[in-house]
Design a binder for this molecule. Structure first.
Ligand code: SF4
Length: 109
């Protein structure tokens, strides 16, 4: 499937996201649910408090993403063990904007 990944802007300088691309391509870990996937967009939340995430998710859906994925830096706190304190609000706002038909995965690996 075609996926759009949203990552934490705060950890951009700590992680290039290579594992996200690898597990998506191989359909492993979070992507086992949907199979081998093509990443059509990889963009940050826009910075705290994450209000830009929803419109960025919608942009990726409009450009072909069938699934929106929050990278593990947001929901698991990789690589520093610090999950985003705004993750639930972010997921809710993304859901409101993209509707119920698009699957949201809440981690990558
Ligand atoms: S809102 Fe969350 S995901 Fe976005 S930069 Fe801040 S801590 Fe990271």
């Amino acid at each position: 499937m075609k996926v759009g990944i949203i990552r934490c802007q705060q950890t951009e300088d700590m992680c290039p996201g290579n594992t996200d691309f690898k597990v998506a391509k191989e359909g492993k870990l979070a992507f086992a649910e949907i199979g081998p996937s093509e990443v059509i967009g990889f963009i940050s939340c826009g910075g705290c408090p994450g209000k830009r995430a929803a419109i960025r998710a919608k942009l990726m859906v409009d450009r072909g993403a069938e699934v929106i994925v929050l990278a593990s830096c947001i929901t698991k706190g990789n690589p520093i063990g610090f999950p985003c304190p705004n993750r639930e609000n972010m997921i809710a706002s993304i859901r409101r904007l993209i509707g119920d038909d698009i699957l949201i995965l809440d981690y990558t690996h």
